[in-house]
Design a protein around this ligand. Sequence first.
Ligand code: ARG
Length: 257
Amino acid sequence: MKKLLATAMAGILAVTMAACGASEESTGGSSKSDKVLTMGTSADYFPFEYIDTKKGEDIVGFDVAIAKEVTKNLGYDLKIEDMEFGSLLGALSSGRVDFVMAGMTPTEERKKNADFTDIYFESKNLVMTKDKAISSEDELKGKKIGVQLGSIQEGLAKDRFKDSEAVPLNKIPEIIQELNTGRIDALIIEDAVAVKYMDQDASLKTYQIEEDGPAGSAIAFKKGDKMRDDFNKELKKMIDSGEIEKLAEEWFQKEAK
Ligand code: ARG
């Protein structure tokens, strides 16, 4: 127990220091030098990426911690750009960001326009309802299902729950809000992200969707970008050394924001 706490503290300290470094870098000079890589993200996804309001405007989280480590090891400084999830891959194609890290799942569709690293974290999709959990997917017939615009959850709602009405919204907290006020009947969300909302509100219930394949997160690069391979090597090192698992433990036990 003591050891766990000490490890967590050391982790938090390291991240805090790294975070300070990042904000200094992003204030000075031009946005695109050879030494700076810009990560596009959608910071509405605790604990993957979120704004630590207690500390100001900094975007922190599991993804950010991984990105900092990988870019540092490759000799780059990291700059982060926050945008809507649905705009991320467009920003990547247009060159506005160098890579995308946003708990993004490497789907076949997305692979047509982007190259992904290996998956560094696996997730499952849940149907979340208020007060009463559903007990079969049939119960969603005729219901309104909230999903994030441009996400695989939107795809799921449209392809799999054809007799339901998909309601695409921009930010995850917004979707939870719509469920709470009853404007939607259910929402689809990844298990790792659902946890914080479940902890905060016992009336939220979940049902696990039987998937055709596992969902998960990977880092996206512009098609043909060799940097993908460099990232993949670093990522693999972090997975093999247990570093990713350590970061996951650290970020997934944090107090919800
Ligand atoms: N994994 C899902 C997808 O790729 C959802 C990711 C949402 N990420 C976020 N930062 N809001 O579509």
